[in-house]
Design a protein around this ligand. Structure first.
Ligand SMILES: [Zn+2]
Length: 355
């Protein structure tokens, strides 16, 4: 089939999903989306009903090379990328970056390590139901943490980095919920950032778990290199002396001089139970067949969000909402429930209910 070239074949955005790009091309040219979709797709070879994009057809109508298209559009690649490296749910990404891509909404499938648009200082953590845009102009340390995050990725690869960063965020959330004298100086930073992201008295409209995640992200990225390092994992599992060195390093990084005096904190649990285990894979993986179905926000999720907003107090167990959120489900489900519920949180009946 000879396909005519479109007069305004704008480029795809980085990590854009195929349907988003084709939808933008259709809107820009006043074409019917389904008609254009059928032009550039064919039935999948396995005999199913689904249609898949033919890279050469998309190249023909845009005048762009297959190589350049597959560079930006992960779904177009052959062989398919390792989808475990990406978040399972497509998201818009940074709206400032999207503004230079005409034709309407841009939807991207972002890799796990993309938490911040450093250029525009925006938080890109998997968005909460509220769809808030979270500027980080007053929190340069969060932007800086993204750069450190990328250095961990370069050193250890995506799987170890994914596990280490999520474990570290979870641990920060747990530390934030400990009594004031047990969670170190970083608590003050978490409260300060929370008060910027969720100004006092505005929680009903500004509260989101993604923002709590931003509040602890710098310290999570300070801890994550230890959780990803073979040397420190070994120290964590070693004899009493090795463990003392590990605890001293944690104390230094968390500015927590008394760290290591108790055995019942979340990091000790990580050292005892998790350090010897291989990294966890994500529970949910991107599925091209279903990603266009927009996830409707269930009434129960909305109610849970409102409940968390009403209960939110940065000075009192503020990490609870973070640790039970679905973003951390992969590491949350790891077997530390008995330890936490019986040792640390005897009264936290609802602590482990996931959202
Ligand atoms: Zn941006």
């Amino acid at each position: 089939m000879l396909l005519p070239r479109l007069p305004d074949p704008v480029p795809p955005a980085q990590h854009e999903i195929d349907a988003s790009y084709i939808g933008r091309l259709a809107r820009l040219h006043g074409l019917d989306n389904n008609t254009l979709w059928r032009c550039v797709t064919e039935r999948e070879t396995s005999g199913g009903m689904r249609r898949v994009v033919v890279p050469e057809r998309l190249a023909a109508i845009t005048g762009r090379t297959v190589h350049s298209l597959t560079g930006a559009l992960p779904e177009l690649r052959t062989p398919q990328p390792d989808w475990a490296m990406f978040r399972h749910q497509p998201q818009p990404g940074c709206h400032h970056c999207n503004a230079k891509h005409p034709g309407g909404e841009v939807t991207r499938i972002l890799p796990h390590h993309r938490y911040v648009c450093a250029r525009h200082r925006l938080w890109l953590c998997p968005s909460d139901a509220d769809g808030h845009i979270t500027p980080l102009d007053a929190l340069p340390e969060v932007v800086q943490a993204q750069r450190r995050h990328l250095r961990i990725l370069q050193r250890h690869g995506w799987a170890i980095t994914y596990d280490a960063v999520l474990s570290a965020i979870l641990i920060c959330g747990q530390l934030w919920s400990l009594p004031e004298n047990e969670n170190g100086e970083v608590r003050h930073d978490w409260i300060r950032r929370a008060n910027i992201l969720i100004p006092p008295g505005t929680a009903e409209t500004t509260f989101s778990v993604a923002r709590l995640c931003a509040a602890v992200y710098p310290e999570a990225i300070v801890l994550a290199p230890l959780f990803s390092s073979p040397y420190w994992r070994h120290q964590a599992q070693g004899n009493a002396w090795d463990r003392r060195l590990f605890n001293a390093e944690i104390a230094r990084r968390l500015r927590h001089p008394r760290y290591g005096q108790h055995e019942n904190d979340p990091i000790s649990h990580w050292a005892n139970m998790t350090a010897k285990r291989p990294p966890l894979a994500p529970i949910r993986v991107h599925d091209q067949k279903h990603h266009l179905r927009k996830s409707a926000q269930h009434a129960a999720t909305q109610r849970a969000q409102q409940r968390r907003a009403r209960a939110f107090n940065p000075s009192h167990r503020a990490g609870d909402a973070l640790t039970t959120h679905r973003h951390l489900a992969t590491v949350f489900r790891r077997a530390w429930h008995p330890f936490m519920s019986h040792t640390l949180l005897p009264n936290g009946d609802s602590y482990y209910k996931t959202s």
